[in-house]
Design a protein around this ligand. Structure first.
Ligand code: SAH
Length: 263
């Protein structure tokens, strides 16, 4: 990374999704804004602002806009957990978004279903370079850190064998998906959804509107079915933080090697 002044915004909805990062920061200043704590400083040597957005699309849209407008971040990453939406995606796998859609957006018949009015878009693309870097970071986490960081007991409890890193479509909406019917409704109307969650597509829309490159990474905590409320809570408690910290750490070390970042 040369001659580039970058400042990374790091967002998660919940504490466990970025636990440990703030403790790694140096020259920390915390500023409260709109009920959020924006912790700014240097994370592994790169200027960064870490913030918990709270849950849902509106919460994260407000947070994303504030990061851009008030804190001048040049790039945004979101790290968190999500429900699996495809058969091949399992608990413990990692999904990096290459596109995001709001599955609860419906202004039809005025606009096509899922299209965000006045943008002409239903699917928003994440930044290719950042997302590829994030996938590489996730693979490095699995290959280098996973065995040491996630106990055998945890792996057995969640039937995690060898986690896979997927790249594809993430669908977001203001619903915790915890029934097969709920998930079918999404999959029947949208093709190739890998994971469901509640913030990613809102980050994507705001970043698109402000022209800020972003990447979204999600660890699968549950199967978006009747077991989700229990799986989600257990996963969050025991595993999520390890993944999030490990992936972001790998991402930062890759960032430092990168010669040119998207602007
Ligand atoms: N019970 C929690 C709220 C969880 S909301 C609390 O009180 O703190 C679920 C969070 O995890 C959201 O931020 C969402 O992005 C993600 N998520 C994980 N699994 C999900 C699923 N099955 N459906 C929707 N969002 C999910």
């Amino acid at each position: 990374m040369k001659n580039q002044k970058i400042k990374i915004g790091v967002i998660s909805a919940l504490h466990e999704e970025q636990a440990g990062l703030v403790e790694q920061m140096q020259d920390v200043i915390t500023i409260q804004r709109g009920m959020r704590d924006y912790v700014s400083g240097y994370l592994w040597g790169i200027e960064s602002v870490c913030v918990l957005s709270r849950i849902g699309k509106v919460a994260v849209a407000a947070t994303t806009a504030t990061l851009i407008e008030r804190f001048g971040v040049t790039h945004i990453i979101f790290t968190g957990v999500a429900g699996a939406a495809a058969r091949k995606v399992r608990i413990g796998d990692i999904v990096v978004a290459n596109q995001l859609v709001q599955h609860d957006m419906d202004a039809s018949p005025l606009f096509p279903r899922f299209e965000v009015p006045l943008t002409g878009l239903s699917h928003f693309f994440s930044d290719k370079q950042l997302s590829n870097l994030m996938s590489k970071a996730a693979r490095q986490f699995i290959n280098e850190d996973f065995a040491a960081k996630i106990t055998e007991q945890c792996r057995q409890e969640f039937y995690i064998d060898r986690p896979v890193v997927h790249q594809g479509l993430i669908a977001s909406g203001d619903q915790f998906i915890s029934t097969a019917i709920g998930l079918d409704q999404i999959n029947n109307n949208l093709a190739d959804v890998l994971a469901v969650e509640m913030e990613g597509a809102a980050v994507a829309q705001v970043c698109f509107e402000f022209g800020v490159p972003f990447a979204i990474v999600r660890t699968i905590s549950d199967n978006a079915n009747q077991d989700s409320p229990v799986d989600f809570v257990q996963f969050l408690e025991k595993i999520a933080a390890c993944y999030a910290y490990g992936i972001v750490r790998q991402f930062y070390s890759l960032l430092k090697e990168e010669k040119r970042l998207p602007v």
